[in-house]
Design a protein around this ligand. Structure first.
Ligand code: PAF
Length: 283
């Protein structure tokens, strides 16, 4: 695997890939890779001739300095995992590569319909930070395909909307959520849970999973369902940011005839914010 820290060197390698007319798939990450990330890479390999991964802990998507400073940085072990996964190229951009004139007054991407809702309401500025860095990475890597995980469903919709609005020629492929044996969605944040709270954390998935089968019978009762789910999660020690039943097409409040639903949740346990979701096809 080529490990590239320099944008010019990256451009040379990308042009030689392009000369072969090869398809390039891109997996942007913030590192601290786990099986969830590796599943994105596996999917990328199925759709392209070359797979490029980036690791950059993006300062502008954190609205809390401690959260940014404590984000686990494990580049050496990430490189080993990427080598074993047979990734072609790892791009480790510097802050200077992505924000040449600094982050403070840098150009930002705001996608109003998606950015200010749900996780955007809980973490103001987060999605501007995500979209702004992903657009920069897309402009540098120029991939044909980009892989995003369903776990960050709102992020995935945000990126698709940006690609559509800005006429970028990139296809997004969504990778399913990878879970631990007890159902907890894999996340770099799980390692911060104490053993006892880690045990409780699996209730996040268990609770939202319970309603998925009869949700289509309860169109007129979504807000009551959300309230009950919140109550149940609170019983298990979660402080719930939101629990929402929405259209999975655009995250709008679902109309009665909406057949594509999603239950999304964000909740804090042991000072760790966890998110999860379940897609529900009512066809
Ligand atoms: O999902 C992530 O890890 C980040 O939000 C991303 C897409 C790499 C942007 O920094």
């Amino acid at each position: 695997m080529n490990v590239i820290q320099n944008n010019k060197e990256l451009q040379n390698l990308i042009s030689s890939m392009r000369k072969e007319n090869a398809k390039i798939a891109f997996v942007p990450t913030m590192g601290n890779l786990h099986r969830g990330h590796l599943s994105l890479i596996e999917l990328a390999k199925k759709h392209a001739n070359y797979v490029i991964v980036s690791i950059f802990v993006n300062p502008i998507q954190f609205n809390d300095d401690d959260d940014f400073n404590n984000y686990p940085r494990t580049v050496e072990s990430d490189i080993d995992k990427l080598n074993s996964a047979d990734v072609d190229l790892l791009f480790l951009p510097s802050r200077q590569d992505l924000f040449p004139l600094g982050t403070e007054f840098a150009t930002q991407i705001h996608i109003p319909e998606i950015s200010d809702d749900l996780c955007g309401r809980v973490r103001p500025g987060h999605f501007e930070g995500v979209a702004s860095v992903v657009l920069r990475l897309f402009n540098i890597v120029k991939p044909d395909i980009a892989i995003f995980g369903q776990k960050d469903f709102q992020q995935k919709l945000l990126i698709e909307r940006m690609i559509c609005d800005l006429a970028l020629n990139i296809k997004v492929i969504t990778a399913p959520i990878i879970r631990e044996a007890d159902g907890l969605a894999m996340s770099s944040r799980n390692q911060f849970l104490s053993a006892s709270k880690r045990h409780e954390a699996c209730n996040l998935y268990r609770v939202i999973k319970e309603v998925q089968y009869d949700i289509h019978k309860n169109y007129d009762k979504f807000s009551l369902l959300e309230k009950n789910l919140k109550k149940e999660l609170t019983k298990y020690g979660f402080s719930v940011d939101y629990i929402a039943i929405r259209s999975s097409i655009n995250l709008n409040l679902p109309e009665k005839e909406c057949k594509n639903l999603i239950i999304l949740v964000s909740a804090i346990i042991d000072n760790v914010r966890l998110i999860d979701n379940i897609l529900i096809d009512c066809n």
